[in-house]
Design a binder for this molecule. Structure first.
Ligand SMILES: [Zn+2]
Ligand SMILES: [Zn+2]
Length: 270
């Protein structure tokens, strides 16, 4: 790379950093909250419930708004309160009883440090994409293994398959073992790539959104998988098919691993 290209890249990187600096400065002002041991659980629950809530409202409205049914994978299905509440209860219970003690331990061993400089925009985006690709691969291997080995399926994964027609709040309806595996993959990638704390937050938000969208039961024209070209993303119908057929579409987001292993099945969406 010659000196001209290098200086152009430097200017581009600096402007990307400048772009995120005001946001990062604002977040750092809340340093006491972000660095507290309560923050990871608070952030995880509020983001998850915040993303689920619009879909819960749509499910309530669905019987009275026929237009909405055009975008539903199962037009005649709406989860009842008896299905929704245990899912929400399970998420809150697991976060308080299992996740919080783990984050407390992590906080005591290695408290979060907040650097003064924001990450460069390009670095943030590329790290989030890399984290997603790594997470997708790790979960694909975990998921395939838990469907091939009956003991693993019964012990750790069966609970998540209790809802054959998924809905948003069923996303985190899973055993503690599965929740910790997902949390471990999530954390490991951030550490592996030495992501900036802002990048780690962005990855967690994107990861939670994609998982909720996959279980929402709604396939809108603006759904994420329709915005990603070349069918790289499976989307909601893709994961819905896994919940009903068990033997296909093991990757959570991308389609390449299922394509390579011949386990990709496409659903005829509307
Ligand atoms: Zn699922
Ligand atoms: Zn499964």
């Amino acid at each position: 790379m010659n000196s001209h290209n290098r200086s152009e890249l430097h200017v581009l990187c600096s402007s990307g950093q400048l772009l995120l600096q005001p946001l990062w400065d604002r977040l750092r002002a809340w340093g006491a909250l972000i660095q507290s041991p309560f923050f990871p659980v608070f952030f995880s629950i509020t983001t998850y419930v915040g993303f689920c809530l619009p879909f819960v409202v749509l499910d309530v409205l669905c019987p009275w708004v026929p237009t909405l049914r055009r975008y539903k994978i199962h037009p005649d299905f709406s989860p009842s309160a008896r299905q929704l509440l245990p899912c929400l209860g399970q998420t809150l219970y697991q976060h308080v009883v299992f996740v919080f003690p783990m984050t407390l331990l992590h906080w005591a061993v290695s408290p979060a440090l907040l650097p003064a400089e924001a990450p460069e925009l390009f670095q943030l985006v590329s790290h989030v994409v890399l984290c997603l690709l790594l997470f997708d691969t790790e979960f694909f291997v975990w998921h395939l293994l838990h469907h091939k080995v009956p003991w693993l399926y019964r012990t750790f994964h069966k609970m998540h398959h209790q809802n054959s027609s998924p809905f948003a709040l069923a996303t985190q309806y899973m055993s503690v073992g599965e929740l910790f595996s997902l949390g471990f993959f999530d954390m490991m990638n951030v550490l592996l790539l030495q992501c900036h704390p802002l990048t780690a937050l962005a990855f967690h938000v994107v990861n939670i959104w994609l998982s909720v969208e996959d279980h929402s039961g709604y396939d809108f024209p603006w759904s994420t998988h329709r915005l990603v070209p070349f069918g790289w993303f499976g989307g909601v119908a893709h994961h819905d098919l896994h919940h009903s057929q068990f033997n296909c579409n093991f990757a959570p987001y991308f389609t390449h691993w299922d394509k390579i292993l011949g386990t990709l099945r496409s659903a005829h969406t509307k």
